[in-house]
Write a protein that binds this ligand. Sequence first.
Ligand code: MCF
Ligand code: FE
Length: 407
Amino acid sequence: MKILQADYILTCNDDFEIITDGAICFDDTIIEIGKSQTILNKYKDTPVIWAGKNSVLLPGLINTHVHLEFSANTTSLTYGDFIPWLNSVIKNRDAILDAGGAGCMEEQLQKMLHSGTTTLGEISSFGDDFDVCVKTPQKVVYFTELLGSRPDSVDVLFQDFQSKLHHSEDSRSDTFIPAISIHSPYSTHPILAKNALDIARKENYPVSTHFMESTAERDWLDSGTGDFMNFFNAFAPNARPFVNALEYLDLFQDTHTLFTHCTKAHHDEIEKIQKMGGCITHCPVSNRLLNSGRLEIENIDKKMLTLGTDGLSSNLSLSLWDEMRAALMLHYQGDLRLLSRLLLKMSTTQAASALGLNNGALKEKKDADIIALHLPSKLQSLEDLCTQIILHTKVVDKAFINGKEIL
Ligand code: MCF
Ligand code: FE
């Protein structure tokens, strides 16, 4: 048992309470949180760690959508539009994977940890990220990806997917949680998706899918036209979409799914996701680089939102602070303080509930996943706390996962 004491505690609890001059008593979970004086008096012989001048404690950040396997990419992919990007992924994928490898992914995981990300949702396309994700101190919700549209390969693809899923199940632990990713409505055959989602329902796996990310995807699902028509015609003349957008969403009934991007989703689709209890993962930098448009967060129930960086395939950083700073600038119409607060909730408590985890808030009985950071100088107004930490944080001073100090 130990006590962590700081100038400010951003609890990210239901009331978004901020405690000044606060302390947390914890072992692997949080035992009690409150004013320093109360906690220090009550737990007298417990060792105390002082987080320093202008310090802030908050829940470890949770990045709900990452593709670590693309970590070696810097300048190999084409940005500015979705189909040219996708073509460049197909062309350069092997070179990027070869240039990457375990060392490169480990380095990114370390960087993420130093920036305060203690949990991530990893979308695994090939399984190359498996060992590093099992080994890393962070909590990883490991989404084995299912992708493929040729009806004659459905059986082989599904067998391969199931064997990867079983493999991840063998390594399940407190910090490694198997999960399922259905790549997207344009790339995954509905028979494959249905079979995988039956497993998700039965075994209660979290699910992730890319949904309504581009005009090309919108046009293709609505009418079988647009850039995807030309893209698919190169492989299969007269190809047609398998399902429309609402039919695709129907497949996810009674699952816990994170729908990533949704920049081109219509109101009735967002409503359907909400009714199903689904979440939306917002990846603002990726959306800008792939010309996906701006997610209209003002028209969405804010409680549905989580934040993700996507991979280095469509970003220059896997730091959620960089992502929050980008989001602050992208959604310039909104109230700055409210947006800062929302971005922190999207990266903590809302992300935890989307992934089905017992972290993301500093309150009794939650996992002791805690980060400590400091502001560069004294804060003038408590109302600006969220904005100031988003503006100024690059790395954190301390990180605890299940109560163990990792940094
Ligand atoms: O989220 C972005 C853009 N949308 C779709 N896919 C990906 C993203 N970043 C990486 N990907 C991966 C995806 O998981 O790229 C491949 C898939 O394995 C694209 S399909 C050849
Ligand atoms: Fe993605």
